[in-house]
Ligand binder design. Sequence first.
Ligand SMILES: [Zn+2]
Ligand SMILES: [Zn+2]
Length: 174
Amino acid sequence: MRVRVLSEVHDEEALRSVEEALREVYGEEVEVEFVERIVSEKFLNKDRGQYDAWRIVKEYSPTRRPDEYLLLVVEEDIYAAGLNYVFGLAWQGVSVISAHRLRQEFYGMPPDRKLFIERLRKEAVHEIGHLHGLTHCSNRKCVMAFSNWIGDTDYKSYMLCGQCRRRLERGSEI
Ligand SMILES: [Zn+2]
Ligand SMILES: [Zn+2]
């Protein structure tokens, strides 16, 4: 499968780094395209001030080509029912990640570009892992570990653990 990345975060360096990580972990062809806007205002939940991640992936689902996974990189804060917020979400070949909570400024800290890029890479590799059929991993260093808060994202690596790697390889043989 190819990965097509649509990003409304116009950060060449960060997206280049995401591209490299995806290629390294999954060995797939990756194509990055910058777009003006991904998230439509109709997905805004005005009470929460957040956008509905499910509706975003469902909206983009028909635009996905059968030989590709789609990764949407958005600026806005996103949520899924039952959760206060999500860093990302994946569903049937389409995934979305949000840069909103990945910057130190969001937490009232001084900017840290390197950390922002690392976080973006991890979230991208995580969601593409879901698209490959991987579920959450109990190894906290594994990129497939669930991030309850940003500290979990910082703790884990951008790589798959041995077990998830084997699962991925088995999956692709089917
Ligand atoms: Zn997940
Ligand atoms: Zn794992």
